[in-house]
Design a protein around this ligand. Structure first.
Ligand SMILES: CCCCCCCCCCCCC/C=C/C(=O)SCCNC(=O)CCNC(=O)[C@H](O)C(C)(C)COP(=O)(O)OP(=O)(O)OC[C@H]1O[C@@H](n2cnc3c(N)ncnc32)[C@H](O)[C@@H]1OP(=O)(O)O
Length: 296
């Protein structure tokens, strides 16, 4: 509500100063005004004692956070906004108690034809999440199915509430996962479990997901978001250059041979010696005081 009052005040002030209608329409059509926190499908806030955690909550409860075009485009916008925000060191992405996201919007996809998705390269534009240089924690309660599970796997860490369920049920719809479900899932849980999940549409529980390596922590559902924010605050307290390098090195390991990955890691380690934060971190240790990381 506060953000709406601010926007309204800005508009009143602008209108007072600029009476011409062309300028009026410029204000209401300007992307900045539209993306000043007025989202239809998500809630976007900064959280943590130092306001250094970017918090995005999928908020389309009537459709169990089904990933429609509007939601995915708002999610893309919000991730890009936090990517550029120097105060934010880590992002938390969550849904509702009942659903993180029950998949891509089936009703929206139902009428699409092959030529639409092929020529339009459907889904290719929504990659801000997987390209984000800052760590992203998925806090999953309830259903993470299809595209919902895929979005969670685009994140760097998955925390699950104890009632969470993960699955790739696309085969029940006569299709297959289309945003990493056959690729990232395989790397996370191994071929056999991944193949079983995509071929049978069987869901796995939070405990099974943790046992299989898809999830790094299971907590009581009610504590999930706070636990994720706590971890995000800790990550945000470190050097943003070092956390970005850690994320890049781990993800590069997915794509490279061990030899290439070790080389890439070593070169990033060497590069960290060019940062003020590395100098500050090692000096603070020797002087027995907490470091003050300032690189952004
Ligand atoms: C930075 C940008 C990032 C973006 C990333 C982009 C990529 C990611 C997205 C693209 C992925 C492409 C490939 C993926 C494809 C899919 O995901 S296909 C869908 C896979 N999911 C499913 O098959 C699950 C479908 N839902 C269900 O099986 C059930 O709803 C349920 C989850 C088991 C819950 O059942 P129940 O408790 O009985 O509730 P319902 O009555 O079924 O549902 C409540 C309402 O929600 C609607 N709904 C649920 N899921 C969807 C959905 N996937 N799409 C659209 N709508 C859905 C459901 O229809 C109900 O609504 P009403 O009918 O209006 O009451």
């Amino acid at each position: 509500m506060a953000c709406f009052r601010t926007s309204a005040r800005i508009c009143r002030q602008f209108l007072f100063n600029n009476s011409s209608s062309t300028k009026f329409s410029a204000v209401f059509s300007s992307p900045r005004w539209m993306s000043s926190g007025n989202y239809e499908y998500i809630i976007v806030e900064k959280k943590g004692e130092k306001n250094n955690v970017g918090f995005i909550q999928l908020n389309r409860p009537k459709a169990l956070n089904a990933l429609c075009k509007g939601l995915m485009s708002e999610l893309d916008q919000a991730v890009q906004k936090f990517e550029k925000d120097d105060d934010v060191g880590c992002i938390v992405l969550t849904g509702s108690d009942r659903a993180f996201a029950a998949g891509a919007d089936i009703k929206e996809m139902q009428t699409k034809e092959f030529s639409d998705v092929w020529r339009g390269n459907f889904l290719s534009e929504w990659d801000a999440l997987s390209r984000c240089s800052k760590p992203v924690i998925a806090a999953v309660n309830g259903f993470a199915l299809g595209g919902g599970c895929e979005v969670a796997m685009m994140c760097d860490i998955i925390y699950a509430g104890d009632k969470a369920q993960f699955g790739q049920p696309e085969i029940t719809l006569g299709t297959i996962p289309g945003a990493g479900g056959t690729q990232r899932l395989c790397k996370a849980v191994g071929k056999s479990k991944a193949m079983e999940m995509v071929l049978t549409a069987n869901r796995i529980s939070a405990e099974e997901a943790e046992k299989a390596g898809l999830v790094s922590k299971v907590v009581p559902a009610a504590e999930l978001v706070n636990e994720a924010i706590k971890t995000a605050e800790k990550i945000s307290s470190f050097s943003k250059i070092a956390t970005g390098m850690c994320k890049e090195a781990v993800n590069a390991g997915y794509e490279m041979s061990l030899k290439e990955g070790l080389h890439f890691e070593k070169r990033l380690f060497h590069a960290s010696f060019a940062s003020n934060d590395r100098r500050e971190g090692m000096t603070a240790f020797s002087e027995k005081r907490p470091p003050k990381f300032t690189d952004s």
